[in-house]
Ligand binder design. Structure first.
Ligand SMILES: [Zn+2]
Ligand SMILES: [Zn+2]
Length: 958
């Protein structure tokens, strides 16, 4: 079975016969099940981690179609934002925002759009290859006018409630991207371990001779902005004297001053208000800022002694907590950086230098050394935040950004979150936890390719928010004709001016674009036609189900989706949120291009096949990371091969599909009754689990069924009924049962492995059945066919068999060697059914089963060999050798053979018996068996059986 080849064949079959279109229409107008796709960023080819989530999406949509639900099959592409910009910049070799402006915003934005179109096509092809069924010509794009304008209406609602505001704050800032990074975007992964040069500085205390505060920092570029020092009021501080100098620092760090002598110990609060000399007082900007009050010591509970000296340098222009302190203590704020992260004018020798550069740091060090302010400099290893997009080290910068206030929303949002069913259940706590801890939502970015924030701001302090295209047209006083015909993006949208409703001045849109999670968060309105077709929206909102990989989404998509629905409609956007972990490599490590352990989707799927990947994904426990690699997929593939081999066995021995009219076969055979019972149990279990979105339980139940029950027991014990039936009834019964199982099993597996299911289905289907397994209805359970008592007894049978086989192995007696009897303890006599006992006899090759309550163990094998038993064993050896030669010659079951042989002793006698010869002729499909070394043969073998020699030669005759 070549999975990959088969999948290409099936893809063609689906396409040629428009199967998807028929599937899409199958339940039109019936009860709805609303799936809402979380958009994939159309910025690169799809990865194997995307394929995991997409497998679930497809699996549940297919399942619900088979269950008779009407659905939407709309895939989504996420289009706008920094991630696309950064890739385009890389492509064009741009280093900074200046390069973009030089190139032209219009050309740049068009290049971003083109990239999205290119990769959305590639991702579509890849998803089709995975077997995902979507209405691909009707995918939504978050860059669409509808999506953008619906966000405008959301922002207008926020503004009407008084939640939209412009705030000044110190925020993480990427020097390369030239934009703020919101709290929502910084994940724990976005930190990197780095070594920075840290410095211990001497700050001279005013009016105290030769006395210095010893202060430590890892960000020397912030030192020119220093306005205060903070100490903890409750900690013990010391004065340490060394030679002519005295240092003040926290007691725990006194030994930093080697050979120093503690001369005084006191509480931190005694330092409050002390003045000190700045280290950059000569810079014009510092002079100006500190003219009135100078530098002084403040008290702050957060200061600890673990790092540094217990005295913290405070620069409100460069740190979030520092900025807060400047408000609490009315400290001046010295803002050092511009958008490019260069020092502003007024910083003397530093003006125009990049702040976070090593050269700049060295300039600062040299300057401080010259002034005699340096105590020591040493390397310091720590975790430092980096840009999630371009991996540059972030700085902290004071900026104006736009925010949505969360104070009024926090509590209603928590209530909404509780109404949603979260899978896994811890999702709910994580989302609540995020809602408790999140700050106001920063929605602006100083970039180019994104939602144009519809905020128009006037010098008079007034700002307005436009809620729709129509409203903008009505308010426009100039530039409309330049904008019309374009998408609502920069630079076109920036042409439109309106009049300030306070002062009548002509005003422009702020240049900022929106946070990309606004784009994805609005889709439960925009893609469901909230603005254009309310009836349609009401039919499909809220969604029943969304599915994404959960790391990150609690702060991102899940969050924005819920917030936007809360503001727009006061309800949850979705009933069930299904999350899963992430894909790692086979060793459990992150896949990284640089590590060389990445498997590209295209490579993976063409080497391993989509079904094997889908099986691996679906059987995984969603809360654990999935180990993906050629070996793990191969293991999944082996399981599917077992299923395939069961089907192949059927196909080999059953040439005509049974034409029985009944839905479920009626067999007297106990093995048949058992497998039918097991199978109906399976249908029930899979249905229940899939209804509760428990994929791995459903898939593992199927796997257990087709490996342990169907292949290793039912087919194993039914082989002879199909290969060499005693009579027609026996063959008919076995055929009908196996047919029923295989046909309906294809329906159970169809949502998970759509290709293999289709391949098997197509060769089992009768004329009056749907032309594709995916157009079939979900199989129904026949409760009356479930026989718990029989299942229990069969468990016992299989237990006795496995004990007996283990015993044979232990004693070194091959299963081919018949034994006289097996004794089983009374407990086992519950089986009391001849058909079941026959199964044991056949499987473990004994003549008789005896109940004996007196034996010590559960079973006891009689291993005494009579000459008759020995002869029988030897005959089985010979039969096996002949079958092996047939196999080596590559013969099919239908091929007939001639057997020549020569033997000595006992073997010669066995083969002379008529009943032995009849058995050989029957079992090996031989027409003739003849004594003597015939030269006219295809293959021969010299063998030793016991003490005797045997020569066998075989020839294919037809
Ligand atoms: Zn960046
Ligand atoms: Zn105004």
């Amino acid at each position: 079975m070549n999975f990959v080849e088969n999948e290409h064949k099936i893809l063609k079959f689906w396409k040629d016969n428009n199967i998807f279109e028929k599937y899409q229409k199958k339940n039109h107008g019936k009860k709805r099940w609303s799936f809402l796709d979380g958009p994939i960023t159309a910025n690169n080819p799809m990865g194997v981690h995307h394929a995991w989530g997409r497998t679930y999406k497809d699996l549940f949509q297919r399942y619900k179609v088979m269950r008779g639900y009407d659905q939407r099959f709309q895939n989504g592409f996420d289009c706008q934002g920094l991630w696309v910009e950064v890739e385009v910049e890389k492509e064009m070799g741009f280093k900074s925002k200046k390069d973009i402006e030089k190139f032209g915003i219009e050309k740049f934005v068009n290049a971003c759009k083109a990239r999205v179109m290119k990769y959305s096509k590639i991702q579509t092809e890849q998803s089709i290859r995975l077997g995902q069924w979507m209405d691909w010509d009707n995918s939504y794009f978050t860059m669409s006018d509808e999506n953008n304008y619906t966000i405008w209406s959301f922002l207008k609602k926020c503004h009407q409630k008084g939640w939209l505001y412009k705030g000044k704050d110190v925020v993480p800032w990427c020097p390369r991207c030239g934009t703020a990074i919101s709290q929502h975007e910084i994940l724990s992964e976005e930190y990197k371990e780095v070594v920075h040069k840290s410095i211990f500085i001497k700050f001279k205390v005013i009016n105290k001779q030769n006395t210095y505060f010893l202060v430590w920092t890892t960000t020397p570029w912030t030192l020119p902005s220093n306005v205060a020092l903070a100490v903890n009021p409750e900690l013990d501080y010391v004065e340490v004297k060394k030679e002519q100098e005295t240092f003040i620092l926290v007691k725990e760090k006194a030994d930093l001053i080697s050979e120093g002598k503690i001369v005084k110990t006191f509480k931190g609060k005694e330092l409050e208000g002390l003045k000190y000399e700045g280290i950059f007082d000569e810079l014009p900007i510092v002079k100006q800022a500190l003219e009135n009050n100078g530098h002084m010591v403040i008290l702050w509970d957060e200061v600890s002694f673990e790092e540094g000296t217990g005295i913290v340098h405070i620069a409100p222009g460069c740190g979030q907590e520092d900025f807060q302190l400047s408000k609490d203590f009315s400290l001046p704020v010295i803002d050092p950086t511009n958008e490019e992260s260069k020092y502003l004018p007024g910083f003397g020798f530093l003006t125009n230098k990049l702040v976070a550069k090593d050269e700049t740091r060295d300039l600062i060090f040299d300057n401080l050394k010259e002034k005699g302010k340096v105590f020591k400099i040493e390397n310091y290893r720590h975790r430092y935040p980096i840009c999630w997009r371009c991996k540059s080290e972030l700085i902290f910068r004071l900026v104006d950004e736009w925010y949505i206030s969360m104070d009024d929303l926090r509590e209603p949002l928590k209530k909404t979150v509780k109404k949603i069913e979260w899978i896994p259940s811890f999702g709910k706590e994580r989302e609540i936890d995020w809602l408790n801890n999140m700050h106001d939502w920063m929605i602006s970015k100083k970039r180019y390719w994104g939602l144009a924030l519809p905020i128009f701001e006037c010098d008079c302090g007034h700002f307005e928010v436009i809620g729709s295209k129509q409203e903008l047209k009505e308010r426009a006083v100039s530039g409309w004709e330049k904008f019309e015909g374009h998408s609502p993006h920069r630079p076109w949208i920036d042409e439109v001016k309106i009049k300030c409703s306070k002062c009548d001045k002509q005003i422009s849109r702020i240049l900022d674009v929106g946070n990309p999670w606004l784009d994805a968060g609005i889709v439960s309105f925009s893609t469901l036609k909230y603005s254009s077709d309310k009836k349609y929206w009401k039919k499909w909102f809220p969604a029943d189900f969304i599915c994404e990989s959960f790391p990150g989404q609690f702060k991102n998509w899940f969050y924005s989706l819920i917030v936007m629905s809360q503001v727009m409609n006061n309800t949850a956007p979705v009933k069930t949120i299904f999350g899963h972990a992430t894909v790692k490599d086979e060793k459990g490590e992150e896949m990284h291009k640089s590590k060389g352990n990445t498997i590209w989707f295209d490579d993976g799927v063409e080497k391993m096949g989509a079904d094997a990947m889908r099986w691996l994904y679906s059987r995984q426990n969603i809360i654990h990371d999935l180990r993906f690699g050629y070996n793990t997929v191969d293991e999944a593939k082996k399981k599917l091969l077992t299923l395939w081999n069961s089907f192949y066995f059927f196909k080999t021995y059953v040439k005509e599909i049974p034409n029985s009219k009944s839905q479920i076969p009626n067999s007297k055979n106990i093995l048949d009754q058992w497998i039918i019972s097991k199978f109906n149990n399976l249908i029930e279990k899979v249905t229940q689990n899939l209804d509760q979105f428990k994929t791995s339980q459903a898939v593992l139940a199927m796997e257990n069924f087709f490996i342990n029950n169907l292949s290793l027991w039912y087919i194993r014990r039914s082989r002879t009924r199909l290969q060499k039936p005693k009579d027609e009834t026996e063959k008919r019964e076995a055929t009908e049962v196996l047919y029923y199982i295989l046909l309906n099993l294809t329906k159970l597996i169809a949502p998970v492995i759509p290709f293999l299911a289709e391949e098997i289905y197509l060769s089992l289907k009768k004329k009056d059945m749907p032309e594709s397994v995916h157009l079939s209805d979900w199989p129904k359970t026949y409760k009356r066919k479930i026989k718990p008592d029989l299942e229990k007894k069969m468990d016992l049978v299989r237990e006795i068999v496995s004990l007996s086989l283990a015993k044979r192995k232990e004693l070194g007696i091959k299963v081919r060697q018949p034994l006289a009897s097996l004794k089983i303890k009374s407990e086992s006599s519950k089986i009391k059914n001849n058909q079941l006992l026959d199964l044991i006899k056949q499987e473990i090759n004994v003549k008789k089963i005896i109940y004996d309550p007196k034996i010590k163990e559960e079973i006891e094998l009689d291993i005494k060999l009579t000459p008759e038993l020995e002869d029988e064993g030897k005959l089985r050896d010979i039969l096996r050798q002949i079958q092996n030669i047939r196999k080596e010659l590559g013969l099919k079951p239908s091929h007939r053979i001639f057997i020549g042989y020569e033997a000595t002793g006992r073997i010669k006698k066995i083969l002379a018996r008529q009943e032995s010869r009849t058995q050989i002729l029957n079992e090996t499909k031989a027409d003739k068996i003849k004594y003597g070394r015939s030269p006219n043969i295809d293959k021969e073998k010299e063998l030793k059986i016991g003490q005797d020699n045997l020569w066998i030669g075989i020839k294919k005759i037809k």
